[in-house]
Design a protein. Structure first.
Length: 54
């Protein structure tokens, strides 16, 4: 029975690691989205490009 208990513990640890990794990924995505919404990334990219004059 010890092997079964060990398996259950390992499986639970694996599930917890998956959940933690998924939450971290979602957090990074939200932070990236917030940066693009505020325009911090866009301002730097646009300043490098010359303006078109007509």
């Amino acid at each position: 029975m010890a092997a079964r208990n060990q398996y259950s513990w390992k499986k639970r640890q694996k599930e917890l690691n998956k959940k933690k990794k998924k939450e971290e990924k979602l957090k990074r995505k939200e932070e990236k989205k917030d940066q693009t919404d505020t325009g911090t990334d866009l301002e730097g990219a646009q300043s490098d490009q010359p303006e078109l004059q007509e």
